[in-house]
Design a protein. Structure first.
Length: 162
């Protein structure tokens, strides 16, 4: 799905949206094809709900398969979804025929990840020629209300075709 600037501002206030140059007019098709080819996201049932320049949102419906012993989303799953959201937010700004790989990421788990779905909302902080940096907030839900459960920051690298 392509979103408008107004919809992007709903995710991030305008004063927080950096100006980035889109290098690939077909970025959305490229990014979504890469996401669809990612076996881990397919296996856990994650869906990319937003793909816009410098922004990516991924949702993961609750399933016992992605929980730990107390019924919360497993921290490794939270990290995997945040990592993918950051990667694809950066990938939206990269050149055609390139791929994105994570160089490093940090995850702070703030509260148990609970609810019917997990939402990872990532945005690019810096888009460089080779390295980019993205930040992701992860939310669960309690009675339909968002619960902030994790924050992640990632450094990603643009690489040529395999």
């Amino acid at each position: 799905m392509t979103i408008t600037l107004a919809e992007a501002e709903r995710l991030l206030p305008a004063h927080e949206l950096p100006e980035f140059r889109v290098q690939d007019p077909d970025f959305e098709a490229r990014v979504r094809a890469s996401f669809d080819a990612q076996a881990i996201m397919r296996t856990i049932g994650a869906v990319m709900t937003v793909c816009a320049p410098g922004i990516c949102e991924i949702e993961l419906p609750w399933s016992e398969m992605v929980t730990q012993q107390d019924g919360f989303y497993h921290g490794g799953i939270v990290g995997a979804v945040a990592d993918s959201a950051c990667g694809y937010a950066c990938h939206t700004l990269m050149r055609p025929q390139t791929r994105v790989l994570t160089v490093e990421y940090k995850l702070n788990l703030m509260a148990p990840a609970v609810g019917r779905k997990l939402i990872a909302r990532a945005r690019v902080l810096r888009s460089g020629r080779t390295l980019s940096v993205a930040q992701c907030d992860v939310f669960g839900d309690r009675d339909g209300r968002p619960v902030f459960c994790a924050a992640s920051q990632s450094t990603l690298i643009e690489v040529g075709e395999a």
